[in-house]
Design a protein around this ligand. Sequence first.
Ligand code: URA
Length: 437
Amino acid sequence: MRPQELIAKKRDGGKLSDAEMRLFIQGVTDGSWADYQITALVMAMFINGLDPGEQRSITDAMLHSGTIMDFSDIDAPKADKHSTGGVGDKTSLIIAPVAAACGLAVPMVSGRGLGHTGGTLDKLESIPGYKVNLPLSRLKAVMRSCGFGLIGQTKQVAPADKKLYALRDATATVPYIPLIVASIMSKKLAEGLDVLTLDVKTGSGAFIQDLKKSKELAGALCQAGRSFGVKTEALITDMSQPLGKFVGNALEVYECLKILRGEPENSMLPSRELSVELTASMLVQSGLEKTHSRARAVIDRVLNGGSALDRFRQNIELQGGDPRICDRPDRLLAKGLKEIPIIVEKTGSISKIDTFAVGRAVSDIGGGRIKAEDGIDHAVGYACIKKLGDKVRKGDELGVLYCRNRKQAELVSANLRDAYTISDEVPKQRKLIQAVI
Ligand code: URA
């Protein structure tokens, strides 16, 4: 069947069979379909929709466009967490060593930051020497030694998604739930997991901001995971303000180390709490712990007793990084940065934070990428001092910008200040975990 026949079928509202979906994904993967044919079909899918059967077929075809990892010779439940992305969202670096210290095997394939959101790989690369480009054979060896590995998507993992996502991004076809599900789940299912916990963000810094839509996405992701035999649970979590204290790569790793060392500052506690909740979901789903409260108790033990930190130290060494940062997290912080306070201009309560704008400000000074090929400055970032609901007086510090020079400060200071709405209205306290699906 020629590409134009499949395009015409979907254009006219038809349903694509399993075999037809495989043909399409094969064409994407082997390069036999031109970009204009791929995007024409994707746009037809976007406009005319995919039914649950088609969603499963495209996920399956994308999953099988590459390797499915096999960790069956590692004697522990294989589990991972995936986040839909946010600002200051640093939980992977806490969850992976904690979950490993609790007895799970965690093959965490992560991504890079783009636009206003950060990425785990960029955070890890702020650790001197740390390597994220490991072949799958090395990932397995690292997992055997310390219980988890953190790597980037290799060419072998769901290659069709890499191509399709770039084309969707360029043709305004990203925000369609069945395509998002196929994209996320093809990569996660390729990890050969028993258990997956999803962190679906909602609020002003999330990729989907509306709670109802976030629930819809979470439901569709869980259904897809379960239909492939993976125990899957989703937590819908608040992203109406940055998570924890810091936004920015090295600063976020510093925050994670403070948590793993049992020395979190108060403003870091939401990062700890969300990491604990997500890991508890992984432990209960895997059957290693019977109840949520028992899982929380075990997690507290590995966090407070230092065994999660020891796992992280081992992992850093195995992945080529400098493990001494575990003893001296302050070594991660670059010398000579300018610290620019962001000052409140009127008295009142913080009733809203444009979290997207905070993430974007950090990206604009080099802490993230605007285009996929941009480089990163790991050192720069922002400390969130005041949070939603806090009462502030004119002249107080909302936060502190860590930047290289005055020009950068001029570029984003006003945007950061304007990201906060100060009014007489005290906002309703938002729960960190909004729902569990
Ligand atoms: N993240 C992904 O990996 N894929 C999507 O389609 C959207 C978000």
